[in-house]
Design a protein around this ligand. Structure first.
Ligand SMILES: Nc1nc2c(ncn2[C@@H]2O[C@H](COP(=O)(O)OP(=O)(O)OP(=O)(O)O)[C@@H](O)[C@H]2O)c(=O)[nH]1
Ligand SMILES: [Mg+2]
Length: 199
């Protein structure tokens, strides 16, 4: 994939600020701290495009990034216990509004921590995507924290747990950039498919 330098487009705090585009809009979802912003930076090959943080709940808005041939939307993470009830409700409403209108999103990348079994919140999110008939694939983050053998083991276990075939999950590390070529190849496929539909 030839890729121009990715750029920040805008942040959306509410539905009126969601963007529309002729380019495929690909949403990155996952629990707080799973590595969504780091993933976006790794794909862009830029360290400071999306803000990352050691403390979960950093990304509170939908942040959009233009990758030239497609747009990535960095969604606020779910499942962060220390967020207030009011804030959780606001998050839920924003997400519902985002996914309710198919012109907001063409494809979803669901990030899971490769080291662990998907959480209850992960399962809720994935079921939601499934029921709403979204197209998605999985990225297992923090692969650098596992041995090579365990990457394979965890990949198989998570796919079994989710009842999906292994081609649906790419093991990834924002630290070593392992899995980046695979993700880019997958993105190429998605972009071609979405453009076919959008045209
Ligand atoms: N070792 C390792 N650490 C990672 C990886 N990806 C992210 N991290 C670390 O995990 C923490 C959270 O990363 P973020 O990218 O900010 O996570 P996020 O999903 O955007 O979090 P929120 O915005 O809070 O929802 C940071 O300390 C990152 O450095 C990875 O592939 N390997
Ligand atoms: Mg983030």
């Amino acid at each position: 994939m030839k890729m121009k330098q990715a750029t920040f487009i805008t942040s959306a705090a509410s539905p009126s600020q969601f963007i529309k585009s002729d380019k495929p809009i690909i949403a990155v979802v996952g629990k707080s701290n799973v590595g969504k912003s780091s993933f976006i930076n790794a794909i862009a090959g830029q360290n400071k495009l999306a803000r990352t943080s050691d403390s979960p709940g950093r990304t509170r808005l939908i942040n959009y990034f233009d990758f030239g041939t497609f747009i990535l939307a960095d969604l606020p993470g779910y499942g962060y216990a220390k967020v207030s009830k009011a804030e959780k409700e606001k998050w839920g409403k924003t997400m519902d509004a985002f996914f309710a209108d198919k012109s907001n999103v063409d494809f979803v990348i669901s990030l899971l921590d490769l080291r662990h079994e998907p959480t209850k919140d992960d399962v809720v999110m994935i079921n939601y995507l499934h029921i709403q008939a979204f197209s998605y694939f999985f990225v297992g983050t923090k692969a650098d924290k596992l041995s090579r053998m365990n990457v394979g083991v965890r990949k198989r276990e998570i796919c079994k747990f989710l009842k999906v075939t292994e081609d649906k999950l790419i093991a990834f590390s924002s630290v070593t950039k392992s899995g980046k070529d695979e993700v880019r190849a997958k993105l190429d496929e998605i972009i071609a498919a979405v453009n076919e539909i959008k045209r």
